[in-house]
Write a protein that binds this ligand. Structure first.
Ligand SMILES: Nc1ncnc2c1ncn2[C@@H]1O[C@H](COP(=O)(O)OP(=O)(O)OP(=O)(O)O)[C@@H](O)[C@H]1O
Ligand SMILES: [Mg+2]
Length: 448
């Protein structure tokens, strides 16, 4: 029924088009350069080598020269894709296969670009050199970050049977903030205000939150934007596999895991970083993605009075719990109680709007019954109206804030309404960057 060949073709505005003649000449020169380099394991071509051939062939066309230099120096044929902010992901799946891209609104598409194994290796080596790591038969996987912040995963045979691959999650130049997410309807202003209050906890009871969802559903982005609700007087420690979070607070320590070196030594995993962070007196611990045994350490910390946030790969709120209590995380069920909220986020294909991201459910962990974690659904997304509906009769976290603060629950609800209005007003203004958004949030405290 669904023919994969129908995948739409993507033409980047950044691509420089050559005329037929130029293209022919370009290919000839390219051949010469590649032939020269076939036996060179380093496969890097310097400017002089390009210039030599250009002079020999008396090439004057700026377009050809530019294209050659981009191919052989930068990230080759994909250089212009890397600079294209319309794209979320760039995917190279092997020799002579089209480079696929994931477009921000149109989803999966393919390009006319095809790379040879040498060209793919050249890009991988460049990235590996940059992060001072090695990729070879013994360690055929490379995880890295590009100078512009994009996240890269590369693999080489034998682990990818059909050749080397590169997957690049592009860094968005203009980071999304909570006001953007309200504007684009990823989150409702009411939920944003609700989370604002539960994250700052009115200084008496900050909540612990897990953001769950599938691959590329926008978990990390949501975590990032919610972090602007963390009060500025707190000490934040972040723990990640590759630095992605951009948290606007000044008082922050960012930590990143380290893979083992060539001899298989020197690995520093999330659990080690987390244990270390507990000796650094954190108020708020943020874990990029909870995946493995660090989960137990995290829940231990949450159970002893630290606050935390993190993302987790799961398909539903119940699945989040199932993943947490089973291997490799193995968190004892009783400890799950220390989470207050599970936020589910989804990437949805909307018939008119294209690819959209929505928070589709928020569940509050309300306790244990017969050894089973009890969840209370407090927000539910309505697919037909594209609205996130507040379905809670009451919230345990809000009730606890109310009693610890000694104020009626109605006052807390009024405060949510007030912050909701403030967020709506500000989301209608022009786009703000992360720091400006943090200032807007801080100003609320000064004026109320
Ligand atoms: N609410 C949103 N609206 C529009 N684009 C978004 C939104 N959230 C995230 N994106 C974009 O989607 C891509 C993936 O986002 P993000 O890295 O946050 O997802 P993720 O769920 O953490 O992915 P992964 O499973 O790989 O960790 C990014 O390019 C990001 O800019
Ligand atoms: Mg993520």
């Amino acid at each position: 029924m669904y023919d994969k060949n129908d995948l739409p073709l993507y033409k980047s505005k950044n691509e420089e088009k050559l005329s037929e003649n130029e293209e022919k000449k370009y290919k000839e020169i390219k051949e010469q350069l590649i032939r020269k380099k076939v036996n060179d394991t380093n496969i890097t071509v310097n400017n002089n080598e390009i210039n030599e051939i250009l002079i020999k062939e008396s090439i004057k066309s700026e377009k050809i020269i530019n294209k050659l230099k981009k191919d052989l120096e930068g990230y080759g044929k994909i250089d212009f894709l890397l600079k294209d902010d319309e794209l979320e992901e760039i995917m190279i799946i092997g020799e002579n296969k089209p480079v696929f891209i994931y477009h921000r609104t149109k989803g999966m598409m393919k390009t006319e670009i095809k790379l040879t194994e040498i060209e793919i290796k050249q890009i991988i080596n460049k990235i590996a050199n940059f992060v001072q790591r090695k990729i070879d038969k013994e360690t055929p996987i490379l995880d890295a970050r590009l100078p512009n912040g994009s996240r890269v995963n590369a693999t080489i045979p034998p682990i990818t049977a059909d050749g080397s691959t590169i997957t690049i999650r592009k860094f968005k130049k203009d980071q999304l903030n909570i006001l953007d997410l309200i504007k684009s309807n990823t989150i409702s202003a009411h939920l944003a205000a609700f989370l604002w209050i539960t994250i700052d906890g009115l200084n008496v009871r900050p909540s612990n939150i897990i953001i769950s969802g599938g691959t590329g559903s926008g978990k990390t982005t949501t975590l990032n934007t919610l972090s602007s609700f963390i009060p500025t007087n707190e000490r934040i420690i972040t723990i990640e596999d590759t630095l992605e979070l951009q948290i606007p607070q000044e008082h922050i320590i960012r930590t990143e895991t380290r893979p083992p070196n060539i001899e298989g030594k020197g690995e520093i995993d999330m659990d080690t970083l987390l244990k270390n962070s507990l000796r650094q007196r954190p108020d708020r611990i943020i874990i990029g993605e909870v995946r493995s045994k660090e989960a137990i350490t995290l829940f231990g910390a949450l159970n002893t009075g630290h606050s935390g946030m993190g993302t987790l790969h799961a398909n539903s709120t119940q699945d989040t719990i199932t993943r947490l209590i089973n291997p490799p995380m193995n968190v004892p069920s009783v400890m799950i109680n220390s989470i207050d909220f599970i936020i589910m986020q989804n990437r949805i294909h909307h018939p008119e709007k294209g690819i959209i991201r929505r928070i589709t459910e928020v569940a509050e962990v309300v306790g244990m019954e017969m050894n089973k974690v009890q969840l209370n659904k407090i927000y539910q997304y309505n697919y037909s109206t594209d609205q996130l509906e507040y379905t809670a009769i009451s919230s345990k976290a809000l009730n606890e804030i109310s009693s610890m603060k000694g104020v009626p629950i109605q006052d807390i609800k009024n405060e949510i309404k007030k912050r909701e209005k403030y967020l709506i007003e500000n989301s209608k203004k022009e786009h703000h960057n992360t720091l400006e958004t943090k200032t807007i949030i801080n100003n609320y405290y000064h004026n109320n």
